[in-house]
Design a protein around this ligand. Structure first.
Ligand SMILES: [Zn+2]
Length: 486
């Protein structure tokens, strides 16, 4: 048996003024064939899953390129086509193959391509032929177009948010593709389109219990796989929205019935699946009440999360914390490569007049001017996220009174405490810790936190879908229209 695997992924916020070309992939994560490290990344986990089982399963593995760009705005046509064609050329050279395993995201948009993954899967199918088993792993924040589902035999999305299960789901995908190629199962897919947005977190109820229940259903009574595509609302594409994908063994009606039942259950939660979002001042006030000695309250600046395709340099929460000089606090990581280079040149211990943050867009707030003390620097802030490592590039920590601030050169979200601790910041000595992340921080920060709160600091990510200027979404679509299922 011959297996080909490759990965091409990013998440495109079509409203973000941060344009992406091939160089953004090459500088973020770019591994030509055979050079992928032994640890997976969020979207390249199928490569590692396939590598680990090649010997025991007795297949020959051909690795193509694996690449990822940090979520941002529209991808250039040249950038997408050159990476796509690079992988297709590698596949062509590897033919014939029995299985193609793709590590994708599912919300990549390029100039002229609203559905990059649907396009890539269709071209893979055209090359590999109708008998090849094509499997793709997607991020749950995907658009799950009909082209993706029809082009692939098996699609498996992450189940967990935070995405703690990217390797486990890649292993599920590989297992199902192997069983299909051996003729042990005959996967048929059914999608229930929620006609709206129905996202939830699995770090809290009702999402936690729901995912535990669907995992218990998988592998029983002919149900091979269940994926909930939450959707990615910051994209003006026809296929935006939440969908449930069920793959059954040969029984399309069973798959469709279960997908609909699960989709209606999620829709029934309404806003009840979403945590409270605090405005900056009320969030700080609430957190002070909840902090415990040695345990800070962690506040997520959700809508300035670089993982959602925005800059991650909003100064709104820095200004809010500076209005409370009596509170020991930390905030990070803010994207500001210019300020980082100035801090690193000045050196640890230096006191400098620095302008930082609030530069990428009007919704990032105002730049902050302050005399700061440089308390830590590094040539590469490398932090863990589950089985992967994420680089924030050269970074610096600065101090203004009791407030410590981490500045980074690369846009990446604040996945884990080493963003702070690797630069010498003692989180146990802080009352409040503000992180630039939507929910991926939760897995690593919850154990050190007295409590976790979510902030609405005003953007720049568009949190209210009813105010997003969509032009392409298929109607009806809630919250723009009443949901036809409810
Ligand atoms: Zn995601």
């Amino acid at each position: 048996m011959r297996v080909f695997t490759a990965s091409l992924a990013t998440e495109t916020n079509t409203f973000a003024p941060l344009y992406v070309d091939r160089s953004a992939f090459e500088s973020a994560f770019y591994c030509p064939p055979g050079t992928h490290p032994d640890t997976p990344t969020l979207c390249s986990a199928p490569i590692i899953a396939a590598r680990r089982r090649a010997a025991s399963e007795g297949y020959e593995l051909v690795e193509g390129t694996a690449t990822w760009a940090e979520p941002a705005g529209l991808v250039s046509r040249d950038g997408y086509e050159s990476l796509r064609d690079e992988i297709l050329g590698q596949l062509r050279a590897a033919l014939p193959v029995d299985i193609v395993l793709l590590g994708l995201h599912g919300a990549m948009v390029a100039q002229g391509y609203d559905d990059c993954e649907g396009d890539l899967i269709a071209k893979v199918r055209a090359l590999a032929g109708p008998d090849c088993v094509i499997g793709a792993e997607l991020d749950m924040h995907c658009h799950l177009s009909a082209e993706m589902v029809e082009g692939a035999d098996i699609i498996v999305a992450f189940k967990e948010f935070p995405h703690t299960d990217f390797l486990a789901r890649a292993e599920d995908l590989l297992e199902l593709c192997l069983r299909t190629a051996r003729g042990e199962v005959k996967p048929v897919s059914a999608v229930f389109d929620c006609r709206g947005l129905a996202a939830f977190m699995t770090s809290r109820e009702p999402g936690r219990g729901f995912v535990d229940r669907i995992k218990a259903v998988e592998g029983r009574d002919g149900i091979l796989s269940i994926s909930v595509a939450h959707g990615f609302q910051a994209a003006d594409v026809a296929d935006v929205g939440s969908k449930v994908l069920v793959i059954a063994d040969g029984d399309a009606a069973k798959a469709a019935a279960l997908a609909k039942r699960l989709g209606l259950e999620i829709l029934g939660w309404g806003q009840g699946a979403s945590p409270r979002h605090y405005k900056p001042a009320e969030g700080i006030a609430a957190a002070i009440e909840l902090a415990e000695p040695g345990k800070p309250v962690v506040l997520a600046d959700r809508w300035d999360n670089p993982g959602g395709g925005v800059a991650g340099d909003s100064s709104v929460m820095v200004e809010a914390l500076l209005r409370h000089p009596e509170i020991p606090a930390a905030i990070g990581a803010l994207w500001d490569p210019v300020a980082v280079s100035l801090c690193r040149a000045a050196g640890v211990g230096a006191e400098i007049a620095l302008r930082f943050a609030g530069k990428a867009a009007p919704s990032s707030g105002r730049p902050i001017d302050a005399v700061v003390q440089v308390i830590g620097t590094t040539a590469d802030l490398l932090i863990p996220f589950e089985q992967s490592w994420v680089s924030l590039g050269p970074a610096a920590a600065i101090r203004i009174g009791l407030l410590d601030i981490v500045l980074a050169s690369a846009r990446a979200q604040t996945f884990s405490p080493p963003v702070f601790t690797d630069l010498g910041i003692d989180l146990a000595a802080k009352t409040l810790v503000v992180v630039k992340s939507s929910n991926h921080f939760h897995a690593a920060f919850a154990p050190i936190a007295a409590s976790v709160l979510y902030l609405d600091s005003g953007g720049p990510y568009p949190p209210d879908a009813s105010k997003i200027p969509y032009t392409k979404v298929k109607r009806p679509f809630s919250p723009l229209d009443p949901n036809p299922w409810l």
